[in-house]
Design a protein around this ligand. Sequence first.
Ligand SMILES: [Zn+2]
Length: 478
Amino acid sequence: MQRPSLAASLARHAALASTLLASALCGCRGDDEGAPEAPVAAPRPRHVVWIVLDTLRADALGCYGNARATSPVLDELAARGVLVEDAFAHAPWTRPSAASMLSSLHPPEHGIRSEDPRDILPEAVLTLAEHFRAHAFRTAAISENPHVQQATGFGQGFELFLGKPLWQSEPAWMLEQARAVLGAVRESKEPLFLYVHALDPHDPYEPSEEDRRAILGALRSGDADVDAGRALRRTERLLAGEALSSEDLQVLRGLYEAEVRGADRFVGELLELVREHGLLEDALVLVTSDHGEEFLEHGALRHGDQLYDESLRVPLLFSGPGLAPRRVRAALARHVDLAPTVLELLDLPQPEGWRGRSLAPALRGATQQPAALYAETRWRELGRAALRGERWKLLQDERTGERALFDLSSDPGETRDRAAAELVRTEELARDLELLQRAFRSAGSGDPSSAPEYDRATWEALQKLGYTGAPEPLSKQR
Ligand SMILES: [Zn+2]
C-alpha cells in the first residue's frame, strides 16, 4: 500500500492544519434574513459527517415506506431530522455520481463519464473537501468503493484518504479508520468534514445470517430457498438470458434488503463512534446514496445501464443543530445541490462555479424554486441521457435517437411512453437537452487543465430552464 501510516499522516497534517487560516467558522454573520425577530442565531453545525451507502434505493428504507424492518437507525435519524422525498442522482453508477456530489458539477462538466480509466476527477475541479480545507476544516474520507479512491481523483482536498478498493464491504475496517480519525480530531478541537462511502448494499447480496433471517424469514416459511448463494446463481442465470420467476425475484429483493439492514446497522455504529468522541451534538449528519438499484422494473437487474427512477432516486436525510424534524419535497433535490446545502447550513460562503443550489430553504420548510435534473450514463459504450422535472421526464438514447416521455404524475413507474401523444412537449424537452449538451461541450468539459466555464447567455438560458442554481456566472477557480 502506498498509503502513509495513519499516525504519520495525522501528525504531518496537524502541523499543516495549524498554518491554515481560521475563518468564518464561528457563525458570526447574524440571523437568517427570514427571521429577523429571532433573539439569537439558530444553532449551526460545526462538523459534517457525510455518509454514502452505495446502491441504496430510497424505497428500501422504512422511512421511505418500506414495510420490512430494514432501517431502524436511519428511520430514527429521519424522525429527528429532515427527510427529503425527492432526491436524485445524475448517473446510475458510482464514479460520475460521487463526483457530482463532491464537486457540484454534472458528469459532462467534471469529466467522469465512462469507465475509461482516464475518466478521473480533474485537478481543476474545486471539490467540497478542498473548500472545507480552505476554511480550516480537518478533512478525511473513508471509502471501500474502488471508484472513489485517490487514483480516480477523489483524494483532492482530503488530508487523509483511507481507501480499500476491493469490492468487498468490511464495516469493521471502516469503523476502525473512523475511530482513528475521530480520535485525532477530538484532540485538535478543529471542525471536521468526514466523508464515508460504504459499499453495501451493493451486489453481490450477501447479508449476514441474522439480517437474512430478519428480512427473508418474514417473507418465506422455511429457509431452504433463502440461501444467498442460490439466489445469486439465479441472478447469474438471468443475466445469461434465463428467466427469473417472480418468486426468485422476491428472494433476490429480500437479500438486497437484508444487506440494507446491515448497512443501516453500520450507520448506527459509526454515529455511536462520533457520539463517543463528543462530536455528534455539533455535527451535521447527511446520509444518501450514489444511485439506486433495479429489480426488473424495466427488464434489468443491478444498475448502470438505465435512467429510470429506480436507478436515480436516492434517500436523502439531514440531521443536526438548527434542523427541525420534517419531511420535505424540494421540487427536486439533486446531487449537485448537496455541497451548496451543507455550506449554507454551516454558514460558510459558496464558491463560484458550482452548479447546484442550496436546499437549506426547503430543509427549513420553505417552498423552493423548482429545479430540473440532468442525468446520463455512458458506461459500457452506452450513451443515454435524461431530463427530469417534477412531472415530465424525457429519456433519450444518443446512439439511436430514440426518445421516451413519461408523465410521472400519473405514471410514476414510467411504463407508458407519451412521446408520440405529447409530441410538442417531447420536442421542447429534446431542445432543452440539446441546449444543455451544447453548453457542456462549449464549456470545455473534461479538460483537466481548466474548470468548466459558460458564457453569460448560455448561463442565463440554463438557469431559466432550472439546470443550474448557483447565483452568479462562472469564473475559473484557479
Ligand atoms: Zn455505486
